[in-house]
Ligand binder design. Structure first.
Ligand code: NAD
Length: 269
């Protein structure tokens, strides 16, 4: 087994894909095996230096993965429409699969679980260390203060296509589960008009969109007379790319199964 983990990046011309490729090029542990772009992309066949300006690496942007190219792990930041093809490619190559694509449908989560019988799989709505800590804190407060009202507010750039964000949904799921419920029983995605008073146990969501905001999440716990807020603000995309690459290096060569980003981090107290 080589010292380097061979990483194939799916969606490598995208905002996140580029950030992941940059992290790989700087990493002593990972090697960029292939930078996949969509069919018809003007970058297809071009050397990666055209975008990344790094020293020549002998890797071109490509629309398909050559069978000779080694692939220990496939990192996917494409989008829900092409996610199925990315997962199928990882299964076909028996490669580990790390995905940060959000806006997935229920059947796509089910497909991740099925694939985990054959390959190691790690999907996370958010690969930032700070959000992983926010998730732990929210879970703990939700369980300790089960009667406090809880809402989640997220803010993202104007080009984001899904709402609420995958991270807001993951926070909602963690909070609902910490209180012994499924999110679907508790979630309120919009409040408009004569909504009536807030129902006990609701988890409300609000999504704001504008400018180039990378991503902000606030979990609000409130009761009569006091309010507790936890906010995470992402300043750039590198934080997600670094986390995804750490997950990729950690996941490569593991046994098939469904893993969580929290496991890549320090153990919970
Ligand atoms: P983007 O639109 O900039 O990038 C997606 C890329 O995928 C595009 O370059 C597109 O051309 C490419 N693509 C489309 N079809 C393809 C194909 N068949 N083969 C290869 N590439 C193909 O989007 P983005 O802002 O980079 O976000 C991508 C996804 O990552 C979204 O779902 C977003 O919500 C998610 N995201 C997750 C995290 C996280 O930490 N989990 C953080 C940020 C964004």
């Amino acid at each position: 087994m080589s010292d380097h983990v061979n990483v194939v990046v799916y969606g490598s011309a995208g905002r996140m894909g580029q950030a992941v490729v940059r992290c790989i090029l700087e990493s002593p542990r990972a090697r960029l095996a292939c930078a996949l772009v969509r069919p018809g992309s003007g970058l297809a066949g071009e050397p990666i230096e055209r975008v990344f300006g790094a020293v020549p690496r002998n890797v071109d942007f490509s629309t398909s993965l050559d069978p000779d190219v080694p692939c220990d792990v496939l990192v996917d930041f494409s989008g829900p429409v092409v996610f199925d093809a990315a997962l199928a490619l990882a299964v076909e190559r028996r490669a580990a699969f790390v995905s940060g694509t959000t806006g997935l449908r229920e059947e796509q989560y089910a497909a991740l679980e099925r694939a985990a019988h054959a390959i190691p799989v790690l999907w996370s709505a958010n690969f930032s260390l700070g959000v992983a800590m926010l998730m732990r804190a929210a879970r703990r407060v939700a369980a300790t203060l089960p009667d406090w009202d809880c809402d989640i507010v997220e803010v993202h750039h104007k080009r984001k296509e899904d709402a609420p964000s995958g991270t807001a949904l993951a926070l909602g799921r963690a909070i609902a589960e910490a209180r012994g419920h499924a999110l679907a029983e508790r979630a309120v995605y919009a409040r408009v008009g004569q909504t009536g008073a807030r129902k006990a146990g609701e988890i409300g969501f609000a999504a704001l969109r504008g400018g180039d905001i990378v991503g902000e999440h606030t979990v609000v716990f409130a009761t009569d007379g006091e309010r507790l807020e936890f906010t995470h603000r992402a300043g750039n995309r590198e934080i997600f790319a670094r986390g995804a690459l750490a997950a990729a290096v950690w996941l490569a060569h593991r046994e098939p199964g469904l893993y969580h980003f929290d496991e890549v981090l320090a153990p919970a107290e």
